[in-house]
Design a protein around this ligand. Structure first.
Ligand SMILES: [Zn+2]
Length: 295
């Protein structure tokens, strides 16, 4: 976790050699302040008290810093919501998750959305640096027929090698692709092709605004970006062996930096149109088949 209780009820970030109190179980947590990963609080013996907590990355931190302090890592019963705004919970998901856990969390939090770390899907990289493993791309013609044309502002997207467990998700899914966020309004699986998504792409700053989150100031932004860049070689394993992914005395190559910050490839720039809807929708996604019957 990135925020703990300093003993007087104030939320504090970790600093070297500090200790604080876990806001959930009230046990002592110690600061972990390494060179490579972001500074965070850890329970003693490395055990986490929330069974849903995943090991956190600078990506989690990047998003949490965009919420007001009292909206980050909010204790709800025996769990800790990543972000809770007046609109509901935003669950940040970087790692794979089982369908049962998806259902449990949705039932527990109620009003919530999922925000997936999809930055690697822009480049088609997995954690081993392999190409064409997971990728999201816009398709003008869906790979199977009988589907209506997408509504205004939406498009069909093909998610190759998807996180299949997210077919179980009933709450709305957002995929963070870097500079843009893909809002998934509907999804349908095909064993062969992957997931067909009905969604709309919007700029990340636009999403932040809709979600009631805030932009970072320049100092915060630079700090988190530098952590993201430093974290990547570990995060993405053999990706550094790929062309363009150099790492030398001057730091990461331009391609690394683009990957870390989510700077987009040209094909994304031409693919999205900003969503015009300002209302943040929390209702669950329907199914493409039902949509077809409605029209
Ligand atoms: Zn705890």
């Amino acid at each position: 976790m990135f925020f703990a209780d300093d003993g007087s009820g104030a939320r504090v970030e970790a600093w070297p050699k500090a200790s604080a109190v876990c806001p959930l179980c009230r046990r002592v947590v110690r600061a972990r302040c390494g060179e490579v990963v972001d500074w965070y609080w850890a329970h003693e013996r490395g055990a986490s008290c929330d069974t849903w907590a995943e090991s956190e990355t600078p990506w989690h931190h990047w998003w949490k810093l965009r919420a007001e302090p009292d909206q980050r890592e909010v204790v709800m019963g025996e769990h800790r919501a990543d972000i809770r705004t007046p609109k509901g919970v935003i669950e940040l998901q970087h790692s794979p998750i089982a369908p049962e856990e998806i259902r449990e969390r949705e039932a527990f939090y109620g009003r919530m959305i999922w925000l997936l770390d999809g930055r690697r899907m822009v480049f088609g990289l997995n954690e081993f640096g392999l190409d064409d493993v997971a990728r999201i791309e816009r398709v003008d013609v869906p790979p199977w027929g009988g589907l209506p044309p997408p509504p205004a502002g939406f498009a069909y997207w093909l998610w190759r090698r998807p996180r299949t467990s997210f077919l179980a998700a009933k709450k709305r899914l957002f995929i963070d692709l870097g500079e843009e966020v893909l809002e998934v309004a509907d999804k349908q699986a095909s064993r062969k092709e992957g997931f067909l998504l009905l969604g709309r792409m919007e700029r990340r700053d636009h999403f932040l605004n809709r979600a009631g989150l805030r932009p970072l100031d320049t100092t915060e932004e630079e700090r988190v970006l530098s952590l993201l860049v430093r974290y990547l070689p570990k995060d993405h394993g053999r990706a550094q062996d790929r062309p363009g992914f150099h790492w030398n005395d001057k730091g990461p190559s331009r391609r690394w930096r683009e990957f870390a910050t989510g700077a987009q490839l040209e094909r994304w720039r031409t693919a999205w149109k900003p969503a015009e809807h300002e209302v943040f929708e929390w209702h669950s996604s329907g199914r493409l088949a039902e949509r077809e019957e409605e029209t």
